[in-house]
Design a protein around this ligand. Structure first.
Ligand code: BES
Ligand code: MN
Ligand code: ZN
Length: 483
């Protein structure tokens, strides 16, 4: 496990660990502790080795630090003018990948953007090794980031602590998503969630009978198809003096086969990812008591399998949600909105200032926005604006999609209040999902994030291996930190 911590510059300089630095195409970034002569000879040496400071490049060599020979490692940031935080995360990730098997420890002087630099290192160190031996030969376990004086020390330590919490939350979410579907039954995840209780966090589990008493017919309709019973986990973080209350609601389909409206085999391959919304809620609660945001937070993880067993709900069935609305099921593969309907009712009854739901809801959002941009829909522009600025800090892009009046007619049922798919097949699937969910939040300010494209990646990304991404956990942490 990689640890990134703060240390005194003079101790790092006295030591013998390699010193890692960032460099632009135009020259070294930061590294003010080196004399102009030492900087010049470093750059000359790097050029000699074919390093030009381009993004993604790395180089390592022995050179003088002004008083003695030591090893330097450079990571390219590209052109000065085009630098941004995400570029820094990616450069730190290149650094980690290039040298994780070579050096057990590094001094690392990112100069600015300490949090992003540490995130790049930490997030790229993630490995899911539950079912196979960890990668052989990884050495790098300790990185020391320098401070020069007491004021810098406090700033540096705070930035590194934030990065470490973010990575911990992201890893927790990635692990849950990557876990095989049969190894994450709703009740076993609920049991694991109880482990998140502690200082400032309480956890309760609504099991099947209680959900029935609560009138959650929509959620329980989906759950009928599995021998493993459903569970709805309610987590509460309540700091003293909090003036606002936020609810986070996560879709937790522990495997989505489509139910009787069965998916084709290829589409099912990755459907263990359909609980990524619930995994996000758990990841956030893993670190909340230590992050200490000044806001009350309620987490709801609504979990069940979606399977075509003998008792499974059928196309044509009518379900009744907790708020009394009836729903004609025309496609059992549009199950996410059905389980969320009841969870959103429950969340709205808490009278929070905001509800944000996280759901791998529609394949259509992947067609519209691809695998890097989350689709956002809302009934409250100001709330979405706050989430969007958090998403910019985290560099987990969101893009607003509309909830058009013209399409409201599409989810009206023939023999029930609503139907769970739109009337025109293949059109505006993501918006239809959003319009449906809006029926269950009442007047509460609400944002729906469709993470079907972003919570999972089929191929490796700069600081994330193939599998669960943990997106947008860091956005949520930034959003809550801003209260
Ligand atoms: N879990 C899927 C959506 C999904 C697709 C997530 C791809 C991740 C990657 C969801 O339950 C679903 O099946 N949605 C249907 C809705 C349709 C039946 C209206 C879809 O997108 O096809
Ligand atoms: Mn489905
Ligand atoms: Zn689903």
């Amino acid at each position: 496990m990689l640890k990134v911590s703060a240390g005194a510059l003079k101790d790092i300089l006295k030591g013998t660990d390699p010193i890692a630095l960032f460099a632009f195409e135009e020259g070294l970034a930061g590294a003010a502790f080196l004399s102009p002569a030492a900087r010049k000879s470093l750059l000359a040496r790097a050029k000699d080795e074919g390093f030009s400071g381009k993004a993604g490049e790395t180089v390592s060599f022995l050179a003088s630090d002004g008083s003695k020979e030591r090893r330097f490692v450079l990571a390219g940031l590209g052109k000065k003018a085009s630098l941004d935080r995400e570029g820094i995360r990616k450069a730190a990730a290149s650094l980690y990948k290039a040298y994780k098997k070579r050096f057990p420890s590094l001094g690392f002087c990112p100069h600015t953007e300490i949090q992003a630099s540490a995130e790049g290192l930490l997030l790229s160190s993630y490995e899911f090794s539950r079912y196979k031996k960890p990668e052989e030969g990884v050495l790098l376990t300790s990185v020391l980031v320098p401070w020069a004086d007491a004021r810098e020390r406090a700033r540096c330590e705070a930035a590194l602590a934030k990065a470490a919490l973010a990575a911990e939350a992201v890893f927790f979410a990635r692990d849950l998503v990557n876990t095989a579907p049969s190894d994450k039954t709703p009740l076993s995840l609920a049991e694991a969630a109880k482990g998140l209780a502690g200082s400032g966090v309480t956890v309760s589990v609504i099991e099947k009978e209680e959900a029935a008493d609560l009138g959650m017919g929509s959620f329980l309709g989906v759950a009928r198809g599995s021998v493993h019973p459903p569970a709805l986990v309610h987590l509460i973080y309540k700091p003293k003096g909090a003036k606002k209350k936020v609810a986070l609601v996560g879709k937790g389909i522990t495997f989505d086969s489509g139910g009787l409206s069965l998916k084709p085999p290829q589409s099912m391959e990755t459907m263990k990812c359909d609980m990524a919304g619930a995994a996000l809620v758990f990841g956030v609660f893993k670190v909340l008591a230590r992050l200490k945001p000044k806001v009350e937070v309620h987490g709801y993880a609504v979990m069940t399998y979606n399977l075509p067993a003998a008792a499974a709900y059928k196309p044509g069935d009518v379900l009744r949600a907790r708020n009394g609305k009836t729903i004609e099921v025309l496609n059992t593969d549009a199950e996410g909105r059905l389980v969320l309907a009841d969870a959103l009712c429950l969340a709205a009854e808490e009278k929070p200032d905001a509800i944000v739901d996280f759901a791998t809801l529609t394949g259509a959002v992947l067609i519209a926005l691809g695998s890097s941009v989350t689709g956002a829909m809302t009934n409250d522009k100001a709330l979405l604006a706050r989430l969007s600025s958090a998403s910019r800090l985290a560099d987990e892009p969101l893009w607003e999609l509309p909830l058009p009046k013209e399409y409201e007619e599409n989810i009206k049922g023939k023999i029930a209040d609503l139907q769970n798919i739109g009337k025109v097949r293949g059109e505006a699937g993501t918006l239809i999902g959003g319009l449906f969910l809006r029926e269950f939040v009442g007047e509460t300010p609400w944002v729906h994030l469709d993470i079907a494209g972003t919570a999972w990646t089929d191929s490796e990304k700069p600081y994330c291996p193939a599998g669960g991404t943990g997106v947008p956990v860091r956005t949520v942490l930034e959003y809550l930190s801003a209260f």
